[in-house]
Design a protein around this ligand. Structure first.
Ligand SMILES: NC(=O)c1ccc[n+]([C@@H]2O[C@H](COP(=O)([O-])OP(=O)(O)OC[C@H]3O[C@@H](n4cnc5c(N)ncnc54)[C@H](O)[C@@H]3O)[C@@H](O)[C@H]2O)c1
Ligand SMILES: O=C(O)[C@H](O)COP(=O)(O)O
Length: 628
């Protein structure tokens, strides 16, 4: 198959536009009839591309509708080089390596195509397109006569080239499908990355949603990597659209679901999914992972990863990523605001006002300044809260299980008990490990100063809410702000209940600590980048359950990624298998943690694919994949 000639259509294939539609925008800028003319041009383009109207006639009519000049054509040519289709950009290597085997055939105009062809390394004599005719004033008057204008024009023009080897036609339109029907191509791929035209797809040997898929089906340079457009990503819990856009632009298929899915519903959906995206609510259990036949990675589009069985994922070679810092500031700002609101009884006063009650009084209302804030968990959020609280005049004390640098004048407390005894407000920012279940229960609440405040913006199970409700009811605790709950509704349509409902000076918020537009967008970008770095080059930086290895792009090599159980002899066996296959190693990295090893090997491009089998059967292999 390697000797085939690859014939590409231009509009909506190599570039993401239709020439006549963009020319209409340029030429009709000043025209009062622009909207109706544009609609007519789009209509004629669609009719011609779906084969319902003769191409030459459609071209003539569209040109007649436009007051086109040489400067419009030049402007479009300049734009065209910037509008090359995403998957074409990703596969520039293919075009450059095989420029001599590629032909561009288009009912569009040579002047517009020339710059793109040059950038792709396709010689000018391998571009078949129409030549425009201008009058003396530089106005377009028509196109020069050419075989392209006759019925089956592309096919006839290609036959005249007498191309060697099998001819493969790739394009979005009916005139491209006709090339095979008229005997000028051996295979026809309907290209649907930009637009999907049913009639062309129905006539095709196969539909390809990207150049990656084409290369995969043709057994070309992308043959070892699974094509991106066949890789399915399932993003749950209303992940910000910036992630969807980023991942789709990189060529992956992305499906979204608004709410969380329960375990059984997720098991039903997970088959065939390569990447799962969740937030704090979806439980990714060992059962879910067992049902996930294709899963390579899970992204937590949030900070917490306690909802994911990290060991079970690592044991199946599934990488887990999160966005550890992107919503930190949002949580901190809310914690500060809630502390002030509790100290001033804002929530109850506001609710009374809504009932029509005016209750102006200073009793029980206090300033933040000079009060002691006790922070439990001095990680990313706790330590940033420490800085802001001090800046507002609070005295900060903190307790953490691990050694943490005290910021500003914050004082470290060596026990939780000591912190509880001294704090006017206690704010919880521990991680969601199981051992933190009921970290604050009846005993801890009884150690707090009478009338002190409690804030929980960490995880629901960290506080025994029954005990807290009692302490609040008795007045032992002066108020609470709770953002996270042991049982949270899966979607906004589900009801919420808690023993804390209806209590005085208790602010309940629906797990919105990290729910700001800024944070959600930042999380989407960060987590999507981490996923792409892993999928596209094997980089595991910030991975929370596999050894972290930072890697550059693969260039001029194949990359073999091998995840295995950390047991003696795996690397030696892997290298023996590589040597037996005659593979020349260009570079190799190995990193292990206590349970898993990750080996990345860059090898020469030319080798026997049968070698892959031996690599897969190395004892302890959890997952194995190739990047081109
Ligand atoms: N409400 C929200 O919307 C929201 C948003 C973001 C993060 N979170 C949650 O906030 C919490 C903190 O996030 P982070 O980014 O600061 O995490 P982090 O991992 O940076 O910090 C957690 C800190 O808690 C400490 N810790 C754990 N258990 C402890 C214990 N029993 N006693 C004392 N210290 C303990 C750890 O040593 C660590 O320093 C996490 O539970 C996270 O899931 C909630
Ligand atoms: O872990 C987190 O980042 C927070 O709990 C936010 O979770 P969410 O994305 O489900 O709002």
């Amino acid at each position: 198959m390697a000797d085939a000639t690859y014939v590409f259509d231009f509009d909506s294939t190599l570039v993401d536009f239709e020439t006549l539609e963009l020319l209409a925008e340029l030429a009709l800028e000043e025209s009062p009839d622009a909207p109706s003319t544009r609609v007519e041009i789009e209509r004629l383009t669609d009719l011609a591309m779906s084969g319902e109207f003769p191409f030459a006639e459609a071209l003539k009519r569209r040109l007649a509708l436009l007051p086109l000049t040489r400067s419009h054509i030049q402007a479009l040519a300049a734009e065209a080089v910037l509008r090359v289709t995403e998957s074409v950009i990703r596969n520039m290597g293919f075009f450059h390596e095989r420029g001599g085997q590629i032909v561009i055939v288009s009912g569009g105009f040579r002047e517009v195509i020339a710059g793109v062809a040059e950038n792709l390394g396709v010689p000018p004599d391998r571009v078949i397109a129409n030549d425009l005719i201008y009058d003396a004033g530089g106005r377009v008057t028509g196109v020069a006569d050419s075989p392209l204008l006759a019925p089956f024009g592309k096919a006839e023009a290609l036959k005249a080239l007498a191309l060697p080897g099998p001819v493969v036609m790739i394009g979005d339109g009916w005139t491209d499908a006709e090339v095979k029907q008229a005997g000028a191509a051996d295979r026809f791929y309907a290209f649907t990355e930009i637009v999907r035209r049913e009639r062309a797809v129905a006539a095709a040997d196969a539909e390809v949603r990207s150049i990656d898929e084409l290369l995969h089906l043709e057994g070309l340079s992308g043959r070892w990597s699974y094509p991106r457009s066949r890789m399915r990503m399932l993003l749950l819990e209303a992940v910000h659209p910036a992630a969807v856009e980023r991942l789709e632009a990189a060529g992956y298929q992305v499906e979204t679901v608004k709410g969380a899915l329960g375990e059984d519903a997720l098991i039903d959906r997970i088959r065939g999914v390569h990447v799962l995206g969740v937030r704090s609510k979806t439980q990714v259990s060992a059962r879910v992972l067992d049902a996930a036949d294709k899963l390579m990675a899970v992204a937590a589009f949030c900070i917490g990863t306690n909802q994911i069985d990290l060991d079970a994922a690592a044991g199946r070679g599934v990488a887990v990523f999160n966005a550890p810092y992107s919503n930190t500031r949002s949580v901190v700002e809310l914690a500060v605001g809630l502390t002030i609101a509790l100290l001033r009884d804002v929530a109850d006063k506001s609710t009374a006002m809504h009932r029509g009650e005016w209750n102006k009084s200073a009793t029980g209302s206090r300033e933040l300044r000079g009060k002691t804030l006790g922070i439990v968990g001095y990680g990313a959020i706790g330590s940033q809260l420490s800085v802001l609280a001090e800046a507002l005049g609070m005295r900060v004390i903190f307790h953490d299980l691990t050694e943490r640098l005290a910021l500003g004048n914050a004082k470290r407390m060596h026990s939780l008990e000591a912190l509880l005894a001294e704090s006017d407000a206690v704010s919880l920012h521990v991680d969601g490990r199981t051992e933190n279940t009921a970290l604050i229960g009846a005993a801890e609440l009884s150690r707090m100063k009478p009338g002190a405040l409690l804030l929980n913006l960490s995880r629901g199970h960290v506080v025994d809410v029954g005990a807290l409700a009692q302490a609040l009811g008795s007045g032992r605790i002066g108020g609470a702000a709770i953002d996270v709950f042991p049982d949270e509704p899966a979607t906004n349509a589900d009801p919420f209940d808690s023993p804390l409902r209806g209590l005085k000076n208790v602010i309940l918020t629906p797990h919105i600590g990290g729910s700001t537009e800024e944070a959600q967008e930042a999380i989407a970008e960060f987590a999507a980048e981490r996923l792409l770095a892993y999928l596209n080059r094997g980089d595991t930086t910030f991975c929370v359950n596999l050894p972290n290895v930072q890697l550059a792009e693969v260039s001029g090599a194949h990359r073999i990624l091998h995840i295995h159980r950390n047991q003696p002899g795996v690397l030696a066996e892997l290298n023996r298998a590589l040597a037996a296959a005659g593979l020349n190693i260009l570079g190799q990295h190995l990193k292990t943690d206590e349970r898993t090893g990750y080996v990345i090997t860059d090898v020469d491009r030319d080798y026997d694919p049968a070698a892959l089998k031996a690599l897969k059967s190395v004892a302890g292999t959890l997952r194995f994949r190739m990047l081109q």
